[in-house]
Design a protein around this ligand. Sequence first.
Ligand code: GLU
Ligand code: MG
Length: 444
Amino acid sequence: MDQHQLAEFLSKEHVGFVRLYWCDNANVIRARAFRSTLLDEHFDHGISLAQAAQGVSAIRDTVVAGTGLSAVGEVWLQPDWQTLGLLPFSPGHVRVFADMYLDGEPWSYCPRTFLKRMVAKAKSQGYELEATFENEFVLLDMADGTPASKARPIDDSLFASTSAMNNSYEVIDDIVRTLESQGVLVERYYPESGPGQFELSVKHHDPLRAADQQVVFRETVHAVANQHGLKAAFLPKLSPDQSGNGCHLHLSLWQGGQNLVPGGSESVKQFMAGLLDHLPALMAITTPTVNSFARITPGTWAGAYRVWGFDNREAAIRVPTNPTSPSPTHFEFKVCDATSNPYLALGAVIAAGMDGIANETPLSEPFEDDPADLASSAGQGAELPERLPETLDKAVAFLKDDHVLIDALGKDLAQAFIAIREAEYQALKDVSLSSQVDLLLERY
Ligand code: GLU
Ligand code: MG
């Protein structure tokens, strides 16, 4: 769309504000907007943004020390006009995703640019990827200013209960309609195990579109839930006894328009081996909050073990099989949640997988047990799989030592990201789960 066509579109749709979107290092979805009458002024370079915006944590809007960022300096949020879309829940506003530019070049701290770079690198080696995030979320009743940690889930149902489907069909149908009107195609739906917990899966796309789509998904579920007097919560763990909210990453590797997963290609095995190889470090990016680690526990199907397996829901990487050909079509990386910035998470996963291919890293044998069953027989000498890091500080320490991921992120982005993770860890490591929920529910 050129500038003239865009101006016509904005006028025809009675658009008042054009919002330019970015996701910060703590995965808060943010935007700055300009009046559509000022399109001439903003079409090419977008809108300015304090560099400090990439130096803040989820806790408050102050620049974290050690990020390399300060009150001084601006970048430009340059619109990717191809991503323009109407916002059904905010009539008169449009959304467009933006990349951060400094002095006419992509800015080294920009997460969306990082993902583009990883996609381009994979492509230069002959590979393409398809991806989608599979979201779980809880709908809470927030009547009368209840504190978030005391809010009641809208039902007390179990996995796939039709009572939950019948209880919540209006809000779920509204979410689906609103997603589909923005081009996000919903494929499957069911009430998940936790009270008021739901899962909606959406169609896969190339990584950049999949990451943009993840932002659209989370924003839409929040906005529609709100219109129904509810609060949507994507925070990984709301209560110690309830099932956590995963945001599993589904991936397939392609070459020359052909999906390599069904044939069991060596490249796919090496890619998965790369993920397992870098997994403890990757977790600092894909499960980046103190709260994330309350979710990754054995027996909760969140992938607490450093193994992969066919149809194994306790493995960090599950390869789902189908009764029909082709099978399998993709693999599922479970160690991911919606507090992770989708551009960083997907970019880091691609970097780790491509490193597996570059090094021809051998893939371990598939893990065919539930580790809990093995644990109960450990007395008889059974070998338990490796448990993944149990706290954020450990994952961050692995990331600092992981030169592949640090080089992929680049010095600036890595420095800011790590400083923010460390600040959040210090601020929240001794905070109770219910206080974490009160503090962070609004963010995720
Ligand atoms: N709720 C689980 C998690 O936290 C996932 C359950 C499933 O869909 O397998 O990852
Ligand atoms: Mg699920």
